[in-house]
Design a protein around this ligand. Structure first.
Ligand code: HEC
Length: 141
């Protein structure tokens, strides 16, 4: 092993050891915290999850699949229907009852019902989602 390589390797080992011995600073701002990074508000949930299929403007898309518009969608008039779709999934739409808490499901549905040309202003609550939603299906393997 030549000198340079040896020096590099030693430095890397030193770094690794230093890394292990430095106490983890839990939940400190910046990279490496232990707090889950996730969407919080209805808008964030929409941007991070729903928009991939329903598009940024809520108008849906068709191409490789058909993603219905949520914009100006009269089916959102009752909160029950979107709660069922989001917690149970439907056709090509996956369910989100395992990925999103009832509070987040409520927040994103409230967001969708009050944006994209929808004016259903009564907020959907966590209690609504618990009442009408369904828990994540159990998949037996
Ligand atoms: C992987 C793609 C995908 C994602 C992500 C997704 N959806 Fe969907 N969504 C669909 C598809 C496909 C349908 C149509 C299902 C059917 O009718 O067969 C649908 C249908 C719906 C419907 C019913 C619309 C109607 O007119 O019947 C609502 C409401 C809905 N989605 C809301 C959401 C919300 C809110 C999110 C984010 C939490 C979301 N979707 C995320 C693909 C997706």
């Amino acid at each position: 092993m030549n000198k340079q390589k040896f020096a590099l390797q030693t430095a890397l080992v030193a770094l690794a050891v230093a890394g292990v011995s430095v106490p983890a600073t839990a939940d400190a701002p910046g990279a490496g915290g232990t707090q889950a990074l996730g969407p919080e508000t209805g808008e964030q949930v929409y941007r991070q999850i729903c928009q991939a299929c329903h598009m940024a403007d809520g108008k849906g898309a068709s191409g490789a699949g058909t993603f219905p518009a949520l914009a100006e969608n009269p089916r959102l008039a009752s909160p029950v229907y979107p709660i069922i779709v989001v917690t149970r999934g439907k056709g090509g739409m996956p369910w989100f009852s395992n990925a999103l808490s009832p509070a987040k499901v409520a927040a994103v549905i409230t967001y969708v019902r009050t944006h994209f040309g929808n004016h259903f202003t009564t907020p959907v609550t966590e209690a609504d989602v618990k009442k009408f939603g369904s828990p994540a299906p159990v998949i037996d393997h």
